[in-house]
Design a protein around this ligand. Sequence first.
Ligand SMILES: *Cc1c(COP(=O)(O)O)cnc(C)c1O
Length: 370
Amino acid sequence: MTKTRMTTDAVRVRPDIAEMEPYTPILPFEVLSERLGRPAEQIIKLDANENPYGPSPKALKAMAELGRTASIYPDPESRKLRAMLADYVQVDASHILVGAGADELIDLTMRLFVVPGDAIINCSPSFGMYPFDAALCGARLMSIPRRADFSLDVDAIEEAAQENDVKLLFLCSPNNPSGNLISPAELERLLALPLVVVLDEAYIEFSGVESTAQIVPQTPNLIVLRTFSKWAGLAGLRVGYGIFPLSLMGHLWKIKQPYNLNVAADAAARASLADLPALIANVERIINERDRLLPELEAIPYLRPYPSRSNFILCKVVGMEAFWLKTQLEDRGILVRYYKTPRLSDHIRISVGKPEQSDVLLAALRANSY
Ligand SMILES: *Cc1c(COP(=O)(O)O)cnc(C)c1O
């Protein structure tokens, strides 16, 4: 065989990646503001469930004071943060792994269990990262549709779980985008299945119910994922964590990138936990605003909002195209989430902002003629 220089055609990526649909990237905020011809401060951003009150001032201060620490690699075991998290979630630190957002923990969990050809169960509609990471791992996606009210079809999940090579069941409570909770009875039934349950609690702080994290040490097939992105306003810094059974932790330590949590994110997360009363007060403000907003949205003739235990409200749009409504709002500088998927293409999801932002939104919705 003669050695030949590679041509572009000869350079072949993994076939499954070559066949993947390209990802539609989310436009950066500055690009959007330019496109809408409005300064960023004037845009009412209710499309990504971000915290309208921003981070704790103490988190900002901690990052400003990093100094020389910024030039030194972080502690690969994030010991200080994990010790504080142990207090916050009431589970021993040996069960806790932190990462660059809950997104990284979803990816790590998938890599830990899935070899190409294995299956995962997703209860659609739910968070888009589960199918995304499943595809990257070559997992077969078993999509079990939720019922009309977005509750879980537990019977159908039980049936799907009987198939071969089903490794993981992804659950989200409160569910993104529908805002509803999974009941303890449903969870108990699902934990009896021969698979590992990944319970995503990204929005648990807004729900008024206790986290399930505390039962992880006694439950070998339960993983609970949480994040600082929503309640603590650190979405841009990427800090999430998972609570895992001890039997999995040793393996997770082997596969995680050593410096997955950067020093700024680590400092901000610790300062946030040291400023809990202020951040919980913001969470209360968001909950109050959600509960004020719901009946106001119900009174809009073309909206059918679903009750929510989270920091967003999903609304069915009737008598007009949801996409058209989304663009109408966008023209007024208000961003809401629109979905292209068949089940949700006649819905929008509205993140709960500050009261004055809701007022602008409501005025725009009322003025919108159809
Ligand atoms: C926002 C969100 C996450 C992602 O959290 P990060 O910590 O920002 O990666 C995880 N799960 C759900 C359901 C979310 O909505």
